[in-house]
Write a protein that binds this ligand. Structure first.
Ligand code: ADP
Ligand code: MG
Length: 346
């Protein structure tokens, strides 16, 4: 290491990952895909491939224990990993769980955390097969690695979108972000006066979307039943805009995303308006939806038409055409990501 000092914030999260991993070459032909997608893909011989993904959740960055019950945190830690496995069109099978924990946490707290992890293992039918445990000076961190399997000819990479494909999103967007806004507001009220009860009534849906998100494992089943193989897929962790940009850059394509098509639940929209926010801006940039974003060939449109779980929000163009958001007035605006930034500079 030289005396030179470069701030990580100068690179941003994705720049940092690219900078650190670029010097690596793959030694094994079984490493079908390394860094750069929702999960790595490993050839295990035969028709199947293994997919592997890791996520790290850190107290104070990814969760706040003032309003995040540990049981929910355990559940969410598994769900966000399962979501990355689903984004490869794979079926999750195993997880490992590693924790570092300070002496602020008694056994009972960790029991609660693991109760949530167990519930998620039952929900997604994944087996806890290992992990690691360490003490820490400050707070709690949870790192989960999820493994899944998929037929090699059914893997959906971020890189497969083609011009004229349709861009599809599952479920609805922006709810988890609005749930977080409500929880943050009530936390401030509680700080000012601990005797005031939090006002969470009527916000159940959006709060649940924040505290207990579900991975869309069901969609993998629906797509198989409908006989639709997406040409590309990614899960929405950082916000729709950010994921559209990832998908288009990986696939070297452009796209048009239509404001009027974005699926936003009525409760999300009402809460956004209460907060003086544009509901569609929350849908675009909110993040933590853990819905799936994928592209399909136009000829598959009839198979998903009217499906309550899937909404066509745009279409793929060629790279030179650029990546655009078509607003309510029909004006094309260059799409930018303003999602969660753990490191500045993006
Ligand atoms: P996701 O949001 O789907 O979890 P990330 O943006 O965290 O994906 O990661 C993008 C890619 O970079 C993935 O392939 C991931 O495995 C890889 N990656 C992230 N952090 C590191 C790291 N510290 N070292 C090596 N690879 C990393
Ligand atoms: Mg992902």
């Amino acid at each position: 290491m030289s005396d030179k000092r470069t701030e990580i914030s100068d690179l941003g999260e994705f720049g940092l990952i690219e900078h650190l991993t670029k010097p690596f070459t793959l030694h094994h032909s079984s490493s079908l895909l390394g860094v750069g997608d929702d999960a790595a893909v490993i050839d295990i011989g035969g028709d199947d491939a293994l997919v592997v993904s890791t996520d790290l959740l850190t107290e104070g960055i990814h969760f706040n224990l003032m309003y995040m019950p540990l049981k929910h945190l355990g559940y969410k830690s598994v769900a966000v990993n399962v979501s990355d496995i689903c984004a490869m069109n794979a079926t999750p099978t195993q997880i490992t769980v590693s924790i570092s924990v300070s002496n602020r946490f008694p056994l009972e707290a960790l029991e609660e955390l693991y109760e949530g992890i167990r519930l998620a293992c039952d929900q997604y039918k994944v087996d806890l097969v290992g992990g690691d445990t360490s003490s820490s000076y400050s707070g709690l961190s949870i790192s989960i690695t999820a493994i899944g399997t998929v037929k090699k000819d059914k893997i959906t990479y971020r890189s497969g979108a083609k011009e004229y494909d349709l861009l599809v999103v599952t479920g609805d967007l922006g709810a988890a972000y609005m749930g977080l806004q409500v929880l943050e507001r009530e936390k401030e009220v509680f700080r000012a006066n601990p005797n005031v009860q939090p006002e969470l009534d009527g916000h159940d849906y959006i709060i649940e979307r924040q505290l207990k998100p579900e991975a869309r494992k069901d969609i993998i089943g629906f797509l198989a039943e409908l006989d639709v193989l997406p040409t590309s897929m990614i899960d929405i962790s950082d916000g729709l805009a950010s994921e559209v940009l990832h998908l288009c850059k990986s696939s070297n394509v452009g796209c048009h995303v239509y404001d009027e098509k974005l699926p936003v639940d009525a409760k999300t929209a009402m809460t956004a308006i209460d907060f003086n926010l544009d509901p569609n801006t929350c849908a675009l940039n909110g993040g933590e939806d853990y819905e799936l974003l994928f592209t399909i060939k136009q000829e598959d449109f009839d198979k998903i038409k009217g499906n309550p779980h899937m909404t066509v929000i745009g279409h793929i163009t060629n790279a030179q055409d650029g990546i655009y958001y078509i607003d309510k007035n029909g004006s094309a605006i260059t799409l930018r990501a303003q999602g969660w930034k753990h490191f500045e500079g993006e």
